[in-house]
Design a protein around this ligand. Structure first.
Ligand SMILES: Cc1ncc(COP(=O)(O)O)c(C=O)c1O
Length: 460
């Protein structure tokens, strides 16, 4: 190891505070350190190559090492490095807002920029509260979200998040957030207590739980429902057919805003520019971030239906909310260049054309005794691991700890695949490669998973 490499690793150990990380895991070993990327691959500090099976963190849509995005950033920094969107505009934010509005469904034309996804979710809840106050329904403030769903870490977004373990240490959180079942059809029998529901039946059942929650809380008190097109945490739960259509009806019936949290699902992850477009529903608000710049610079957005902006148009009303770096000129310029790449390379078409191949490659792993379910959409897939395929018995906390943290995460990484072994719900492996990936990368993912999952089963 060279001295500079040694210095980096030491600095990481001594001074970095990693996110969502048990630092004890690195007491005896170095912190994995990634130094560069090219296409669908990244390289660590020792020069070893890894397939980026998670696009960083569902972010790097166009792949690593795109000079034109770096150049767009440099050009903008030279021209206007910074100006806020507080009472002023700058051309790149205006252009990006217009371009995003052209891609959104319906009349979702009003773009409030943030620096990331959690802020977008936070912004959506605050907007929902103020909107209803302004239109004379001041009691409407509560939100409904789904079990195990992750919506970010600011205290409002964390309150909406449905993962108790992430919340306990920070209670009390923002009050008024209620949980309903998610769209995990694989576990529908356990969730409903009714065996053998079809996906369609389960979809309607799950949507109706939202209606019951609104009625229980009192429709006059509920402002919004937050749902991802495909729920990430828990392992890629796509919506059963009819789910979002029924949810849309319920939201309309009770005058509740439907917020589509597309922090992962927007920008081609599912093969459509926005996630709701894949499943034919039009929300009232979209929250997005990650893929907007493919990660070359941070930005997020809350995109609101024009009617939600209406009460803010006149008099002395304003949305007293903002972020210094929201809609940063460099990030906005990068986002525009990123969208250019999407169009030029038809990335949406590429994902749509390749989705069946990706699905097939992962479905081929179903012969392994540990693979219980394979589910997802576009370039966004989860593999649920089970102890017994027939009974769908899952691992207990201790086994899950040994399997996911003790073995799988490390073994996959050592085998050259960066992806995520997750136990926020039942144990799953999550895959979301850059949108430029194709059969060659799918084969590599399939081969590494087969070897490591067979080894995991042998170790149990
Ligand atoms: C659905 C969803 N919402 C919100 C967030 C929070 O985004 P950020 O980490 O950019 O704050 C995430 C992050 O993964 C997410 O997946």
């Amino acid at each position: 190891m060279t001295q500079p490499e040694h210095d980096v690793l030491k600095a990481a150990q001594d001074n970095l505070w990693l996110h969502f990380t048990r630092h004890s895991a690195y007491q005896q070993s170095e912190i994995p350190t990634i130094v560069r990327g090219e296409g669908s691959y990244v390289y660590d500090i020792h020069g070893k190559r890894y397939l980026d099976g998670l696009a960083g963190l569902f972010v790097v849509q166009v792949g690593h090492g795109r000079h034109e995005l770096a150049e767009a950033a440099a050009k903008q920094a030279q021209e206007l490095a910074f100006f806020p969107l507080w009472s002023y505009a700058h051309p790149k934010a205006a252009e990006l807002a217009q371009r995003l509005a052209a891609h959104t469904p319906g009349e979702l034309n009003r773009i409030f920029f943030t620096t990331g996804g959690g802020e977008a979710v936070e912004t959506a809840w605050k907007l929902a509260k103020q909107y209803y106050k302004l239109i004379g329904k001041p009691l409407k403030h509560k939100v409904i979200s789904r079990q195990i769903a992750y919506h970010g870490t600011p205290q409002g977004a964390l309150s909406i998040t449905g993962i108790p373990a992430f919340k306990q240490m920070f209670e009390p959180l923002v009050p008024g957030s209620i949980r309903v079942p998610n769209t995990n059809h694989y576990r529908a029998d356990e969730i409903t207590g009714v065996p053998g529901m079809t996906p369609e039946q389960y979809g309607i059942w799950a949507a109706e739980r939202v209606a019951r929650a609104i009625e229980m809380e009192g429709p006059d008190t509920v402002a919004a429902v937050f749902a991802e097109p495909v729920q990430n945490a828990g392992g890629c739960f796509p919506p059963p057919p009819g789910y979002f259509q029924r949810l849309r009806e319920i939201c309309d019936e009770y005058d509740v805003l439907l917020v589509s949290d597309e922090v992962i699902c927007a920008f081609g992850r599912l093969g459509t520019m926005f996630g709701g477009q894949k499943f034919d529903y039009v929300p009232d608000i979209i929250t997005c971030a990650k893929g907007m710049t493919s990660g070359y610079s941070p930005i997020g957005a809350m995109i609101a239906h024009e009617r939600l902006f209406e009460p803010f148009k006149g008099g002395d009303t304003m949305f007293a909310h903002g972020y210094t770096f929201g809609g940063h000129p460099v990030s906005a310029a990068v986002a525009l260049a990123n969208l250019d790449i999407f169009e030029r390379e038809d990335l949406l078409g590429h994902v749509t054309a390749n989705e069946p191949r990706f699905r097939q490659t992962l479905d081929d792993l179903r012969d392994l005794p540990i693979v219980g379910d394979v589910r997802g959409s576009g370039y966004f897939w989860g593999i649920e691991l089970v102890k017994d395929k027939t009974t769908k018995e899952t691992f207990n906390a201790d086994e899950s700890e040994r399997l996911l943290r003790g073995f799988l995460s490390k073994a996959l990484y050592e085998a050259g695949l960066y992806c995520r072994a997750d136990d926020r719900g039942d144990p799953v492996i999550q895959l979301a490669p850059p949108l430029i990936a194709g059969q060659k990368e799918f084969d590599e993912i399939g081969e590494i998973l087969r070897g490591v999952l067979a080894e995991a089963w042998a170790q149990l």
